[in-house]
Design a protein around this ligand. Structure first.
Ligand code: ADP
Length: 465
């Protein structure tokens, strides 16, 4: 697989190469053509000027052209050209370089330039190298007496063209260099972060959710990285939570099942004598009740997870508290525990899910009784504040150790203190309570001191009259 970066670099280099070839070919072609035409124009103007001078001399019938030599040579040197004056028959009568005077140009055809005012080549084989030639007729009295022909070596034009091309190439190199800087910036801001993100995603995909992804580019890349990192943390937490959850569920199911199996086997094989069987069968029933409670608790939590659908109605919370407390009469009398109910208003109408709030009260009162000492009082209070009714369930029992306070809302959590005292607890009661209160959009809090007691306070929305 070619990485995006390799493709990009290859593309970039290819683009650079093709761009350079195109620019080099086109610019060299156009520059040469432009320079030749430009030079030809200049030379033609000059040749015409000289032709006019000779025209007057011809008209004055002054055939001695020697007097014009110094001026002709000065112009020739200045323009780096060779200047000839050729008569009608093609005989060179004046040559700024002297060496071709008297030479007859075979097949001389002054119109050979076609549409252009110039020709390029070796000019009838008279030069060993390529020249640019222009010719201007010497006219007078409606006759052509001869021609002024100027030759410029193509190498001079080529040298000029090379100077210009060097500037073009240098500009190209600078542009290419600048784009290289952009490429480096791209590498740092896009490619490296992308590589880091890909590596992290691969780590996550292979199950290493502890891998941390940190980018400090302060742009969309670092935002994406932070989002992925957050996703991995959440997934990790969820995975841990699920692992613990399953471990707890299997543990909590296994212990009652083990004791049920043990007692039943002992009854069948006669280890437990018939007169004691009733006692142990009652224990078995107790354990099955615990299993039922556990299953119900899990089912309730499961239904709450999906933002459990609430069936709200308007009811008197004071009345519900009285009813729920009354249902604990039996348990209370064995431990000699009494309730003290305090209602600021005799009737307190709230808008909530009656069945679920009954369950909240049931769980809180059940805990309060379980963790209270015998012969104590449980205080239940309701008080209105603004748009809410606050319900408090307070006991003077064993309390909750400071380091456990936050954990009591977790599923299956039991404090070490309570483990010894309450073997039947599932550790699900308070998680259910919290889920129910939160699904109402309300809050629940606990104030507790180990050895002094605990108070659970939650809010409910007042019913609009
Ligand atoms: P459980 O079914 O075990 O009572 P909960 O979720 O209702 O489960 O409670 C979790 C733990 O919180 C309990 O095991 C206990 O350790 C602690 N707890 C709850 N309520 C009280 C209370 N009123 N007094 C002391 N500890 C409490």
């Amino acid at each position: 697989m070619h990485s995006l970066y390799t493709k990009f670099i290859l593309g970039y280099l290819l683009f650079g190469l093709l761009g350079f070839i195109t620019i080099a070919t086109l610019s060299s072609h156009f520059t040469s053509r432009y320079l030749i035409e430009d030079k030809a124009g200049i030379l033609y103007d000059e040749a015409t000027l000289i032709a006019n001078t000779y025209s007057t001399q011809y008209q004055g019938k002054n055939q001695d052209l020697a007097s014009a030599y110094p001026q002709l040579q000065a112009v020739a040197t200045f323009l780096q050209t060779e200047i000839w004056v050729v008569d009608q028959d093609g005989t060179i009568i004046v040559d700024s370089a002297f060496d071709k005077v008297g030479t007859v140009i075979t097949d001389f055809d002054p119109t050979a330039t076609g549409n252009n005012v110039y020709t390029t080549g070796r000019y009838f084989g008279l030069f060993p190298y390529d020249v640019l030639s222009v010719s201007a007729p010497i006219t007078g009295n409606f006759q052509t007496h001869g021609y002024v022909i100027m030759h410029l070596p193509i190498s001079v034009v080529q040298a000029n063209s090379n100077d210009i091309l060097n500037i073009v190439y240098l500009t190209c190199a600078i542009v290419f260099g600048l784009s290289l800087v952009i490429l480096l910036v791209f590498t740092k801001t896009v490619f490296f972060p992308l590589k880091a993100i890909t590596k992290a995603v691969n780590e996550y995909a292979s199950g290493n959710l502890n891998y941390r992804l940190k980018l400090d580019t302060n742009d969309e890349m670092s935002y994406l990285a932070a989002t992925l990192d957050y996703m991995a943390t959440e997934l990790n937490q969820m995975e841990n939570y699920q692992r613990n959850f399953i471990a707890n569920v299997s543990h909590d199911f296994r212990s009652p099942l083990t004791s049920i199996k043990g007692y039943l086997e002992a009854i069948i094989d006669g280890t437990i004598p018939p007169e004691l069987q009733n006692k142990y069968l009652n224990i078995v029933i107790g354990e099955t009740k615990r299993l039922t409670k556990l299953t119900e608790g899990l089912l309730t939590l499961n239904s709450m997870d999906g933002k459990g659908f609430l069936t709200r109605s308007i009811f008197d919370i004071n009345h519900v508290i009285k009813e729920t407390a009354a249902s604990f009469e039996g348990t209370c009398s064995t431990k000699n525990i009494v309730f003290e109910l305090t209602f600021v208003e005799p009737i307190e109408m709230v808008y909530a899910d009656l069945g679920k709030i009954q369950q909240v009260l049931y769980n809180l009162i059940d805990n309060a009784i379980k963790f209270s000492h015998p012969d104590s009082v449980i205080y239940i209070q309701t008080s209105p504040r603004h748009e809410k009714i606050f319900v408090s369930v307070k006991d003077t029992g064993i309390g909750i150790p400071k380091n456990s306070i936050k954990k009591i809302w977790e599923r299956f959590y039991k404090t070490d203190l309570s483990r010894g005292k309450d073997k039947k607890g599932t550790g699900l009661g308070l998680s259910i309570v919290k889920e129910i209160i939160q699904s109402h959009g309300e809050n629940i809090d606990v104030i507790s001191t180990q050895g002094v007691g605990s108070e659970f306070i939650f809010s409910l929305p007042k019913a609009n009259n």
